[in-house]
Ligand binder design. Sequence first.
Ligand code: SF4
Length: 961
Amino acid sequence: MFKIFSNDPVHDPIKKQGSVTEIKKTTCYMCACRCGIRAHLRDGELVYIDGNPEHPLNQGVICAKGASGIMKQKSPARITQPLLRKAGSNRGDGEFEPISWDRAFEILTKRLGHIRATDPKKFALSTGRDQMQALTGLFARQFGTPNYAAHGGFCSVNMAAGMIYTIGGSFWEFGGPDLERAKLFVMIGTAEDHHSNPMKIALSKFKRAGGRFISINPVRTGYSAIADEWIPIKPGTDGALFMALMHELIRLEKYDAPFLKRFSNSAQLVCMDSGAEEGLFLYDPDSDPINLDLPHNKYIWDEKTQSAQPCFKQGTSPVLVGEYTMGPGPHQGKKVVPAFELLKRQVSETTPEWASAITSIPVARIRKLALEIADTAFGQEFELPISWTDSWGEKHDSVTGRPVAFHAMRGLSAHSNGFQTTRGLAVLMSLLGTIDRPGGFRHKAPYPRQVPPNAKPPSSENDIKPNTPLAKPPLGWPTQPEDLALDSQGNPLRIDKAYSWEHPLAAHGLMHNVITNAVKGDPYSIDTLMIFMANMSWNSTMNTMEVREHLNSKNADGEFKIPFLVVCDAFQSEMVDFADLVLPDTTYLERHDVMSMLDRPISEFDGPVDSVRIPVLEPLGECKPFQEVLIELASRLKFPAFTTPEGERKFKDYPDFITRFQTGPDSGIGFLSGWRGKDGEKALKGEPNPNQWQKYAENNCVHQYHMPPEHQYMRNWNKGYLDFSKENALRQKNDPIMIAIYSDILQRFRLAATGKRPGAQPPAHLKDRIYKYFDPLPFWYPPLEDEVTDLSKFTLNAITQRPMAMYHSWDSQNAWLRQIHSHNYLYVNTATALEHGIADGAWMWIESQWGKVKCMARHSEAVDPGTVWTWNAIGKAESAWSLTDNADESKKGFLLNHLISEELTLGGFKVSNSDPITGQAGWYDVRVKLAPAGEEEPLETWPQVKAYEVPGMSLKKEANK
Ligand code: SF4
């Protein structure tokens, strides 16, 4: 008899199990938050996962995803052996033959060895939501290719770059809201977060303590459910709101003038004369430049002496407004203004009335919001009795709290105006004086960093040589046109055109354009593309159907335009089908891993924290961690950092590499900061410790360093902290990190566009673009896609949100999480839906100028009437992720990506559909229209796409019986 028909309980909770339960600790990877977890094993089999109460990040809290890791382990979509596409078959048909790892490494070593010895940039490495970019970036640099990018360019590089180019830090891993001491919390453009469980814990405490939470978002989902107030806003207009708030604060003189004068470049003098110095700070040749890369020897206008004085001179009274003429000296007669004066002029017209028409937020609400944030910042100011010394040697007895905190993420970032919008937020926060202060925004180590950090990308052909590591890291932070990745003819050095004049500050690359560019041979063609953990033929790509065609497109000689495609993933997906070579990765429970200080650690406000994963299970089948693949390849290819002076392999495996690798000869800095030194007695810096992994295993897989209170605030200008950060290689220098209210770096690019600056200049067709967008002050402009859209026809904005219970496309093969989301709806404001004749639950069409999708509608009051939205990446191709042919994911679920183009024709030429400064993908810029589906139409989503099971997956099904 089937057990379900018997009287025996399926599971008897009080029955003695009579077997041994073991608990192993590691770090979750069901999303990017990196909570500490406990894996409970019975007789070696994983039976339960819960949160680790001793872990500083999540303190025992676990979410639906984290607890469901067990079903990821048991997923029938696991790939279990290396696979080679059968000769003559098409990509996408999933026709593979199993091969051994030896053969896989032979193929890769031969192919990559040849590329490295001839033209290293013909190899491109793109990684998705991985957490080992310090390693993948090192691999690319040692290989010698500039063509390396992680997912940041299509995720949130605007948030990172916009903030880092302004305050030297950003949200999530880099910093966040101090909700312990905040009284008002304004969350904008965030639904579910990368900092998921810690944010939930902090929000719950904040609300219980009486804090007021305002959510500004087109959609009320995720955290917004517990907001005291939801302010709907039109997508892509957040920057206009910030401009209006700054207008109000400056009009009402409600800004922190002492903070701005001392800690930002607000008082520093900008040259107003036309010519090569126009819009740049003037420099005092007689003061010592403290930082040669970004010198500090600028001027302020001193009210007492009515003269220009060195900006760091003590005892002066800098002014913030007015226009002045330089007196006797090297700049005599030049007209100058403090940078703040220019900000004041910039926001003079950005009134609440102006912003209301753009954002759809009522004028009165914008005015009230400005008053609320100002009254909280200044009316509820408090002091913490923590003494500290600033960069100029002045001792302070306390730190000032300004208890208004902001948090923002992808909603600001994923627009083609996201960089300037994010700059707007950073400048707004600076006006309120809430940078690294109690109750406001606080940094997390290794941030704050220089504005911007000092790594520069390769900037000439000479930086890329056969059989040689890149002269510079593949990704960096340009500060002037000469830093761009261009060849001697001005052509892009990178396949994605990052750091070209099209996207000069593309700090995370443009992974979303790699396939299209490579297939077009623009700027050149490549030989091998290796993709790790990114579903580039489905939800990680814009223009999904055409990109799938690109992957299969061939030259006249029958060769694929991208000749060799390597995909490494733990699960069969839409992407795996297109691979020439499939490398089966392990799950997070089967491998060593590090969340490193060299990368994106899990630091807390009070000090550096890093963590590890330690395997709790053996790898399934022949799965091998991608980390091990990289170490093996780097060793076989004899990369210098992986080879001894005698030419021998340097590291046995990944754990050995992590233990012994140092950033420089005897630097004492490695991937892990805990238990360094021969006996593990040192923190942050010290010789390699052979027992380091063991120490992490004994300590909840985490190392936490608590800084003394006097190092925990005002870190941009805190001498003690800056000395500490230099000593421990968190920064290279210990000079103050001045907030860039005004960005002379952006102005350098603008000057190049006008031809007034000597040196590199943009090509003629990009001059206007550079001039317009490289405004040294924040400004708002409509998303670029509006320029090429008939806005009278496509009247609605369409966006996606990430659900709390699923992370991108990772979880549709998870039997438990599928019970929460097996398909998605298009959420439409009830009034909007009825206006279009679309009933709740009905089939409907959503169409942009680029394509259309059939989906099901859900009426909602929790969405702005001008916006429609859906969950990201729930829709799947038929049979993908080992789902059945008629699974909800492929029959009812849908992908909004079909409606979004990866390129736009602007000004007569094609460019990436991205931010013109950073190259951040403009996912949320698309405009759509709606229509009900016809009664005769099939009740399933459209387009329908087929994926194929690959060999080896049945092994897993057997294993799970
Ligand atoms: S928030 Fe993310 S890392 Fe934390 S338990 Fe949930 S899935 Fe895991």
